[in-house]
Design a protein around this ligand. Structure first.
Ligand code: SF4
Length: 293
């Protein structure tokens, strides 16, 4: 049996950086309060909680003078201001790519643009980004939602429209939105704020799918990008399974395969991928023939 690993796969730069910040803070002074789940991976959250991380849902739950961790998705400026007013030590893990998208949204609104954001309005990254917009903004996630928005329903053209995106959206959708938005604005300014990490992981799964008999996609069941990798593998006619940890591996499924692919979401830590390798080796009784593709 052979095991091929998608490349790149697993933790992206932004999440790795943020986790590094919180680990360092925890070794210096626990507890540290995380505003929202620090990473979409239950096993990694559990590991950090054992080190002294407390996950809270609102900044008001964080005691004055304590240490607060802001995850890679970032937070709205009002939230950061509330924390600083209460002398909370903010450990800011906002990914630099998310920060760039926030900056573009702020600049556009300050320059008088109506800010059109492509993304999921309930996602923390979009909630945070919207906090930087000083004027009108609209969030859409699909082309139909764009057509049903007030921007399209209005009888007058928007003078200045600025388009930014959630970092994990698909470039093809951003291009479609930009094309449709051309018709409703006198002036359209677009910032491509999509991060390459997601695109590269998806491309790696497409490449790997044709070279394996089955693919194991490992990552939190609450991780949208992991789910997307599994869908891409299945759409490529690959027998793909989505597990959170090696303990969920189906022994019979593994033994039926000659070549197994492994792919991991952008929030799956290396140690979970390593445990998966070991579990496959144990089931197959092999010495480990793992290659990065
Ligand atoms: S997916 Fe991209 S934008 Fe999001 S945290 Fe990772 S590196 Fe940053």
């Amino acid at each position: 049996m052979k095991v091929l690993v998608a490349a790149p796969t697993g933790l992206c730069f932004g999440v790795k950086r943020a986790i590094g910040f919180v680990e360092k803070a925890l070794t210096q002074a626990a507890p540290v309060y995380a505003l929202g789940s620090p990473i979409h991976n239950p096993q990694e959250v559990e590991r950090l909680q054992k080190m002294g991380l407390c996950v809270v849902q609102s900044e008001m739950e964080i005691p004055a003078g304590a240490a607060a961790f802001i995850r890679a998705h970032g937070a709205a400026p009002g939230v950061l201001e509330n924390l600083r007013k209460r002398n909370v030590n903010v450990i800011d893990g906002t990914c630099p790519f998310v920060r760039a998208a926030q900056d573009h949204a702020r600049e556009l609104s300050e320059a008088g643009y109506h800010v059109l954001i492509l993304g999921n309005e309930k996602h923390p990254e979009i909630i945070g980004m919207r906090g930087y917009v000083r004027g009108p903004s609209t969030v859409i996630s699909t082309i139909p939602s764009l057509f049903s928005s007030t921007i399209f329903k209005s009888s007058v053209k928007i003078h200045k429209l600025g388009l930014v995106s959630q970092t994990t959206q698909e470039e093809s959708l951003l291009a479609e939105v930009a094309k449709a938005a051309l018709g409703v604005a006198d002036e359209l300014r677009i910032y491509n704020t999509i991060c390459r990490a997601t695109i590269e992981r998806q491309q790696a799964v497409r490449r790997l799918a044709s070279a394996v008999d089955g693919m194991i996609v490992i990552g939190g069941h609450n991780s949208a990008n992991t789910g997307k990798l599994c869908r891409i593998a299945r759409d490529s006619n690959c027998d793909a399974v989505w597990i959170e940890h090696a303990g969920q591996l189906d022994r019979r499924w593994v033994l039926e395969k000659r070549v197994i692919g492994i792919a991991a979401g952008a929030s799956t830590p290396d140690w979970l991928i390593e445990q998966l390798h070991n579990a496959i080796d144990n089931i197959a009784g092999r010495q480990g023939d793992v290659r990065n593709e």
